[in-house]
Design a protein around this ligand. Structure first.
Ligand SMILES: Cc1cc2nc3c(=O)[nH]c(=O)nc-3n(C[C@H](O)[C@H](O)[C@H](O)COP(=O)(O)O)c2cc1C
Length: 287
């Protein structure tokens, strides 16, 4: 008999603690390649209020131990997500695999309006919202997740108007991530997830963009020690469930994060690009 790997995080039941990181696993693309019934939850790419085209090329560049991306949150916008994407996800995804929808924005109103659309129009198909606070506020230029007061105001506003569970996804691009965790939790965050990508740059020496610079977010195995450090800092600062990510490529990496206090689940991102069955292999490894 297989052991029970199920976990319950702030009332959300997962059949196992393994999920994908936002923006790295599209159910429609992978449905014929991997067993999409295996993960504990499914997280699509971040959704914004209006559609976004994202950044021009180059958007992705391989570096030693990882990759830099500057995709720029390309997505269809909340309205189209509800009308076209959500029904497909609902059809493809097993009913007992909860859907966590990632939300991004340029102002508190943006985050709020997107969250309200997702909550009120999704017919109960969304289990939680993951708030991607790695975006800059158009008014001040400050990144939501790097200013404790701004972060507190954002989370407090969402908490007062939205009843779905709120997962606040922290950015590692700060001096003291414990302080950000405290701000998010004091404003009512149910769960914290971390880390998003680490700011980085590279001079491109291969391919069609040869000779250009790329600045973006670094992800993959090379950020795992940074992620482990940051998750430990957050676990010391606050007492809420954590979904940990950053460079997880196999079940040994997953176990390393799951050893940290309050880490109830892990997410896999960049490793999926190299091997789409990484999540399945991690779940099998945990059994
Ligand atoms: C191509 C790509 C797209 C991403 N898109 C998003 C996104 O839409 N929203 C978000 O919160 N994080 C996004 N991320 C960040 C990941 O969800 C994850 O936090 C980060 O990559 C660290 O995990 P990893 O090292 O396992 O990839 C993206 C990462 C990559 C590589």
């Amino acid at each position: 008999m297989k052991p029970d790997l199920s976990v319950e995080i702030a009332g959300i039941k997962l059949q196992n603690p393994v999920m994908n990181a936002a923006g790295t696993f599209d159910l429609e693309c992978y449905k014929d390649l991997v067993d999409i019934s295996k993960p504990g939850a499914y997280v699509p790419k971040s959704t914004t209020l209006k559609p976004r085209e994202g950044n021009p090329q180059p958007r992705i560049y391989d570096v030693l131990g990882g990759m830099i991306n500057r995709i720029g949150l390309e997505n269809v916008g909340a309205g189209e997500f509800i009308h076209n994407k959500l029904p497909i996800i609902h059809m493809l995804k097993p009913i007992d695999v909860p859907l966590i929808v990632s939300v991004a924005g340029e102002s508190i109103e943006d985050y709020l309006n997107t969250s309200i659309i997702l909550e009120t129009k999704s017919k109960g198909r969304i289990a939680a919202l993951e708030i991607n606070v790695s975006c800059p506020n158009v008014k001040s230029g400050l990144v939501f997740g790097s200013d404790p007061e701004l972060l507190w105001e954002l989370v407090m506003t969402l908490k007062s108007r939205v009843s779905l569970r709120l997962i606040i996804k922290l950015t590692p691009n700060v001096t003291d991530i414990g302080l950000m965790a405290e701000a998010a939790v004091s404003a009512g965050a149910d769960i914290l997830s971390l880390i998003n990508t680490v700011r980085a740059a590279a001079y491109i020496v291969r391919g069609p963009s040869d000779g250009q610079w790329i600045e973006g977010g670094l992800s993959g195995p090379c950020i795992k020690p940074i992620a482990l450090y940051m998750v430990r800092q957050v676990a010391k600062a606050v007492d809420v469930p954590i979904i940990a990510m950053g460079g997880i490529s196999n079940f040994e990496d997953a176990l390393e994060f799951l050893r940290i206090k309050n880490v109830w689940a892990i997410a896999v991102g960049t490793a999926i690009f190299r091997d789409p069955s990484t999540m399945t292999k991690i779940v099998d490894g945990l059994y």
